[in-house]
Design a protein around this ligand. Structure first.
Ligand SMILES: [Zn+2]
Length: 178
C-alpha cells in the first residue's frame, strides 16, 4: 500500500481523532515552543517544525504537512500519537480532554519534572513500542538505542536518565511480541 493511501486510510477509519498541522492555533504553538526553549535552556527549540504533537483528540503535524507529501515515517508517528490519544481517553475514563489535563500533569511533573520523570517515561515508552512494531510491519529499520537517546535527552526533557534500562525494556517487550 502506498504511504499516502495508508495514512488516508488511518484518517478515514479513526474519526475520533483530527489530523491537522501546526499551521492551526499558531499563537498557541509559539507560546508552547517558547516555554520549552526556556525550560530546556535552548536545547529544545524545534517543537513546531520538528515534532508531531497530540493535544486532546487533535494530532498536529509540522506546518505545511500534507497527506500527499507525507514521509513513510509519518505513518509510524501517527500510530505513536494515537497511543497518546488512547492514554488520554483511558486516564479521563472516556473523556479525552479530562484525560489530557491529567496526562499533562503526570507527564510534566510527576514524580519529578526531569531526570526520573516516571510517567513521561512510561507514557512515551508505550508509544515508542507501537512505533517500533509499526515500523517492523512496514519493514523500516528502527533502533532502540535511538529511542533511549531521545527519552534520556533534551527531546523529552531528560525523562529517564538510565539509558541502559530503557534499551533493556524495549528488548524485553519486543522479545515477547515476536
Ligand atoms: Zn510520544
Amino acid at each position: 500500500m502506498a504511504n499516502k493511501t495508508r495514512i488516508q486510510k488511518f484518517i478515514d477509519t479513526h474519526p475520533e481523532v483530527t489530523v491537522t498541522t501546526k499551521d492551526t492555533n499558531k499563537i498557541l504553538w509559539k507560546v508552547l515552543s517558547a516555554i520549552l526553549t526556556v525550560l530546556t535552556a535552548g536545547r529544545m527549540t524545534n517543537l513546531i517544525t520538528g515534532f508531531v504533537t497530540t493535544l486532546g483528540n487533535r494530532i498536529y503535524f509540522p506546518p505545511g504537512w500534507t497527506v500527499a507529501t507525507a514521509a513513510p515515517g509519518d505513518y509510524i508517528t501517527l500510530q505513536h500519537e494515537y497511543v497518546h490519544y488512547k492514554q488520554y481517553v483511558a486516564l479521563g475514563m472516556g473523556n479525552v480532554w479530562l484525560g489530557f489535563v491529567l496526562f499533562a500533569i503526570l507527564y510534566a511533573l510527576l514524580p519529578v519534572p526531569t531526570g526520573y520523570a516516571w510517567f513521561r517515561y512510561k507514557f512515551e515508552r508505550e508509544a515508542y513500542l507501537t512505533s517500533y512494531l509499526t515500523a517492523k510491519q512496514l519493514k523500516i529499520p528502527q533502533d532502540f538505542t535511538q529511542y533511549a537517546k531521545w527519552l534520556s535527552g533534551p527531546e523529552y526533557f531528560w525523562a529517564w536518565r538510565d539509558c541502559t534500562a530503557i534499551t533493556q525494556w524495549f528488548t524485553q517487550q519486543t522479545a515477547n511480541k515476536k
